[in-house]
Design a protein around this ligand. Structure first.
Ligand code: NAP
Ligand code: 12T
Length: 338
């Protein structure tokens, strides 16, 4: 079997770390693994398949001889270095928001639009969608195929790990400070996140929405290849470490009952239906953490409109929402194109 030289850019981060684990767990055919981060991390080592690999500083020369680059070093770093990597023949799978809406960059969730990968040669870059979008579209896609979605209203309950390792530390420290009756400090978020909910993810734009909310609107249409679907979102940070939860209201063109939806979703790739309220069974962030599937439950009729359903969708934001989806894209790349 062919083996590939793979670089992980942002290797010391929350997403990069999970990418390294995912490559190992899924036995991705890695010949050589290059770990790239900022100058701050030079000297660190990270273990891969029982071997300690040195972290190198990401620079213009990092991608010579590299076949695949899994990127999560932050938007501005990706914007600069993904094209440099692509120019030296490395195919980049980028996890940041830098290229997602570029018409020459495929935006891919393999269970939904694997075929879009074929356009990767235009820029040598494939974008990984936003975590909140990924878990929603794996559920929307089979329902859209069955009864055509007209409109989606989503509210999210997003874990701090989505912001990175500094935010995970901030929630831990705030919880400890509160129990010790010490002063609560906040650096990453504008307010205390412990025991709180912040209706604010990424920055605000002129229309009053946040960028995170508009990512869900725009990326959903691009991935489902249907601009006619209306989407509106409210994205909220909650004091959860791993796992994003979403309350999703869907209006369809045609009638679809909760039973039909459950039947369709039971067969959908990457989806697990957890929906038995009589036994208190519904998806939970603490159960989704560390898992690959997207979990859906609380499927019920929206009795206020003609053809509507409500549901609750949960996935591990660092795994399916980031690292796993990126590695799945790389798996399709090597199977079909490299
Ligand atoms: P993180 O935990 O803060 O890690 C950031 C990583 O980027 C670290 O490895 C850091 O290296 C590296 N980095 C920072 N500045 C750099 C520079 N100038 N040159 C090279 N490397 C640099 O953040 P994260 O949660 O892993 O997220 C990283 C990126 O992934 C973000 O852009 C985020 O938008 C994206 N992301 C996407 C999703 C998604 O929805 N698909 C989910 C989460 C995150 P040092 O350790 O050396 O500082
Ligand atoms: N600000 O990849 O803070 O666009 O949870 C993902 C997660 C941006 C992104 C977060 C963010 C992205 C967050």
């Amino acid at each position: 079997m062919k083996e590939y030289t793979v670089a992980v850019a942002g290797a010391t981060g929350a997403v990069g770390n999970e990418m390294i684990k995912t490559l190992e767990q899924r036995k991705f055919p890695v010949k050589t693994l290059k770990l790239l981060a900022s100058s701050r991390s030079v000297g660190k080592t990270i273990s891969f398949r029982g071997e300690e690999i040195k972290v190198e500083e990401l620079n213009e020369n990092s991608f010579k001889g590299v076949d695949i680059g899994l990127f999560s070093p932050g938007g501005s770093v990706s914007l600069k270095f993904a094209p440099i990597a692509a120019a030296s023949g490395c195919v980049v799978v980028d996890n940041t928001s830098a290229f997602r809406m570029d018409p020459d960059v495929p935006l891919v969730v393999p269970e939904v639009n694997e075929d879009a990968i074929k356009n990767y040669k235009k820029k040598g870059i494939i974008a990984n969608p936003n975590c909140s979008t990924i878990q929603m579209v794996v559920v929307l896609k089979p329902l859209h195929d069955a009864a055509k979605i007209k409109r989606v209203v989503v509210s999210t309950y997003q874990a701090v790990s989505g912001t990175g390792k500094k935010a995970i530390h901030e929630l831990e420290q705030q919880i400890l400070a509160i129990y010790a009756n010490k002063k609560v400090e906040n650096k990453v978020y504008p307010y205390q996140i412990a025991f709180n909910c912040l209706p604010h993810i990424d920055s605000f734009i002129e229309n009053g929405y946040t960028k995170e909310e508009m990512k869900m609107v725009n990326e959903t249409k691009k991935i489902l290849e249907d601009d006619s679907i209306a989407v509106t979102a409210t994205t909220v940070r909650v004091p959860v470490f791993y796992g994003h939860s979403e309350s999703v209201n869907i209006e369809f063109e045609r009638e679809i009952t909760p039973d039909e939806a459950r039947k369709i979703l039971k067969k959908a790739p990457g989806v697990k239906v957890v929906d038995d309220p009589s036994k208190n069974l519904y998806p939970l962030a603490i159960h989704a953490a560390g898992k690959d599937d997207t979990f859906v439950g609380r499927i019920r009729k929206d009795e206020s409109i003609a053809h509507g359903l409500n549901m609750w969708i949960v996935a591990d934001n660092i795994r399916k929402g980031a690292a796993l989806n990126a590695v799945q894209i790389a798996e399709v790349l090597i199977k079909k194109y490299l």
